[in-house]
Design a protein around this ligand. Structure first.
Ligand SMILES: *Cc1c(COP(=O)(O)O)cnc(C)c1O
Length: 321
């Protein structure tokens, strides 16, 4: 097996991100809840996509690209962070977004504007239409002697998922330094790359730790996440079998992707009132609602140490209500 450090990346995030126990939430839930602050990755307003982009944008640079193209919904945190990270590396960003949800100049669209990203909307429900446009744009760029690099939605490709394998390596170092044995990691599952990386990383570096992804979208993650885990594992020449049953999922999508749910909104208030921390309505609020549900249903004992991944999302907070 390869060592993770053999795979090159470009440093973009401020690491390690903080990890600490939430005393009031822990008391309320009769277990030990820790928060991993990946909302503090240090580019723009922070968020999980920065770790993925460390690997993806290294690859883009290595291939001689000067322009990165990516996609998502109108309020995509991933697209906004791609623009921010591209700026840091002196590259151009083109965001080819679905004209769905809040596409007016609010939330992440304000940030995209400040970042100077080239934003284009496509009136479609199908990412295949968007990828076709990205191909056309790349062909046009090549005629001008330029080169585009395409990043699929969420950066959820094996190379991107390595960022979350590396996050577990970081967690294992933090666990060792504080003599803490983590039993669970809970994250939001949106396009699946974060969950896949964490689940593979746990196999490698925290083998006693169970990863649960809280679904905030209604894609077939029971297939997507194991598949992405296997492809990410093969980048590392990891040989052990990965069973579909290795992937734990809990559905908290509620009324739909990027539509706030009652449980998610209540969970946001719970964390804000108890710990003074702010989650977002699309991903982390629903993910924390999933953690609260697991606690209610007896998934954690008083001795468990549960890590909640705060994956960011502040950009959408003032747009999606
Ligand atoms: C993208 C995103 C997620 C989900 O990560 P995936 O790798 O797409 O599953 C979670 N939280 C926030 C804030 C995000 O922007």
């Amino acid at each position: 097996m390869k060592n993770l450090s053999e795979i090159p990346r470009v440093p973009l995030a401020v690491l390690p991100t903080p990890l600490y126990r939430l005393p009031n939430v822990s008391t309320a839930l009769h277990t030990n809840v820790y928060i991993k602050r990946d909302d503090m990755t240090g580019v723009s307003l922070g968020g999980n996509k920065v770790r993925k982009l460390e690997y993806l944008l290294y690859d883009a640079k290595a291939q001689g690209a000067d322009t990165v193209l990516t996609t998502g919904g109108a309020q995509s945190n991933h697209a906004m962070l791609t623009a921010a990270c591209a700026n840091k590396l002196g590259m151009h960003a083109m965001l080819i977004l679905k004209k769905r949800g809040v596409w007016e100049k609010r939330g992440n669209q304000i940030l995209n504007d400040l970042l100077g990203a080239d934003v284009r909307f496509v009136d479609t429900d199908d990412y295949a239409d968007i990828y076709a446009q990205m191909d056309d744009i790349c062909a046009a760029l090549e005629k001008q002697g330029r080169k585009g690099y395409r990043i699929p939605v969420g950066g959820s490709v094996p190379l991107g998922s390595l960022g979350y394998v590396r996050c577990v390596y970081e967690l294992a170092e933090q666990a060792a330094a504080t003599h803490t044995r983590f039993s669970h990691i809970v994250c939001a599952t949106g396009s699946g790359g974060t969950h896949a990386g964490l689940a593979l990383g746990a196999k490698l570096y925290l083998p006693d730790c169970k990863v649960t992804g809280i679904m905030v979208d209604d894609d077939p993650f029971d297939r997507i996440v194991p598949d992405l885990m296997r492809k990410t594992a093969s980048l590392l020449d990891y040989q052990e079998p990965i069973a579909d049953a290795d992937v734990r999922l809990l559905d908290m999508v509620g009324p739909g992707y990027a539509k706030p749910s009652a449980e998610g909104q209540a969970a946001i208030r719970m964390l804000a009132e108890n710990e003074g921390l702010i989650l977002d309505p699309v991903y982390t609020g629903k993910a924390f609602a999933g953690l609260l549900k697991m606690a209610r249903e007896g998934a954690f004992t008083p001795d468990d140490n549960v890590v909640f991944l705060h994956s960011g999302g502040a950009g959408g907070l003032f747009a999606i209500l």
